[in-house]
Write a protein that binds this ligand. Structure first.
Ligand code: DI6
Ligand code: FE
Length: 400
């Protein structure tokens, strides 16, 4: 049931609500209708709402996880063991493991099975205060399986009443049946798979893995041209393992975001800045692959490029289901400040997905997506790892 409630004794970080006198908010039929000081609750109607003393909780916008590969079948824990013994991620991929092994398992799974495997992953993220999430395809690499993944993204949105952006990542890797014929696969993606899924209303954005083990710049361009023709926004897995100058290319298409960016060049930074493209940092993959080249955070900061942070949840390089652990890793590994990490999983993540107002911000007049954290200091969100502070989530106007 949509909330009608008045919460008092809350604290708002200046990042999200500059009026330091505000210590209360009201929700009417699920919509945030008022923020202010408890001594000035506006109407008799508000005064009659259910009243909750939040005990000094800090209020943030609901978290936004703007980069995930949440829908897949199969397991890759054995690859973790191989990597520990010295085999690299690229070597595993070239030997037919990695992404392709998840593709095989995902093709075999029924839609029901795939939903049942994916739902608990979403539940884990929601339980930490996530209120909006991006979910990519890319473990199908054929029309039927990409469709199955995207349909599940839509079903999860309905089943959990959560804002989901469905991203088509058909150009993730070359599927085995197209081995040695990458361009033919790209033609199939552009002429057949993407337009069909677009017609079915299953695609909100288009992504490509531009990398030595993914697709070239020219192939990325083919997919982006098609996306543009269809009026779909684009984003890119860019400069994760090497510098392909993908960020510069994506920026010429007005990309919403470029993601990973460990090997981002100064030309890439300039192009992203000019295009208003968000930098999405994925410390989970950096950590799991034991990367040593850091994304150029000081240069991104200097250029004033908004930095988002996301889990990149996937079975290979980031089997992580914690937004808060990701926040911690962004600070510890990438040296983000606490404010940057919090904004990275709220305001800037919402902007990376071009979400409507009310996500990633505290906005009166929009459906309430808020978390009340029972912590003394907001820095506790980022400094702890391996545990989640007590909190209450209001997602889409409903107390969860
Ligand atoms: N980059 C990633 O981090 C994921 N995909 C990609 O293009 C990894 C996906 C996987 O290993 O299954
Ligand atoms: Fe990814």
């Amino acid at each position: 049931m949509k909330l009608n409630a008045l919460y008092t004794n809350v604290r708002f970080p200046a990042l999200f609500w500059p009026d330091s006198a505000a210590n209360a908010f009201a929700i009417e039929n699920g919509v945030l209708t008022w923020v202010g000081n408890a001594s000035q609750v506006p109407t008799a109607q508000l005064a009659s709402f259910a009243h909750h003393d939040a005990g000094g909780a800090w209020v943030t916008p609901g978290l936004v996880d703007c980069h995930t590969h949440l829908v897949y079948a199969g397991h890759r824990a054995h690859e973790f063991a191989s990597r520990l013994s010295g085999v690299s991620y690229e070597e595993i991929a070239r030997a037919g493991g990695g992404i392709v092994s998840t593709v095989r398992a995902t093709r075999e799974a029924s839609e029901t099975e795939l939903f049942d495997r994916s739902a608990p992953r979403l539940e884990a993220l929601l339980s930490e205060g996530v209120c909006a999430i991006e979910i990519k395809s890319g473990y199908g690499l054929d029309l039927d399986t990409e469709r199955k993944q995207l349909r599940i993204a839509r079903k999860l949105a309905r089943a959990y009443d959560v804002r989901v952006c469905a991203t088509f990542l058909g150009a993730h890797v070359v599927p085995p049946e197209f081995s040695g014929r990458a361009q033919e696969y790209i033609n199939e993606v552009c002429e057949w798979i993407l337009p069909a899924l677009y017609d079915e209303g299953l695609v909100d954005a288009v992504d490509v893995f531009c990398e030595r083990i993914g697709f070239t710049l020219a192939q990325t361009q083919c997919v982006f041209d098609k996306a543009h023709t269809l009026g779909l926004p684009v984003k890119l897995h860019a400069e994760q393992l090497s510098n392909m100058e993908g960020a510069a290319l994506a920026s010429t298409y007005g990309a919403m975001s470029c993601d990973h960016l460990e090997h981002l060049s100064s030309a890439g930074i300039a192009a992203m800045k000019a295009a208003g493209t968000v930098a999405v940092l994925l410390p989970g993959a950096f950590y799991a692959l034991r990367e040593t080249v850091l994304p150029p955070v000081p240069a991104l900061r200097e250029a004033n490029i908004p930095m988002a942070v996301a889990t990149d949840h996937n079975p290979g390089t980031s089997p992580c289901l914690s937004a808060l652990l990701t926040m911690n890793m962004a600070c510890t590994l990438f040296r983000l400040t606490v404010d940057e990490a919090v904004l990275g999983l709220t305001r800037h993540a919402a902007h990376a997905l071009r979400l409507e107002s009310g996500y990633g911000a505290i906005t009166v007049g929009t459906p309430a997506n808020l978390v009340m954290w029972k912590v003394h200091d907001l820095a506790e969100l980022a400094c702890h790892f391996g545990g989640v502070p007590a909190h209450v989530t209001i997602r889409n106007g409903v107390l969860r």
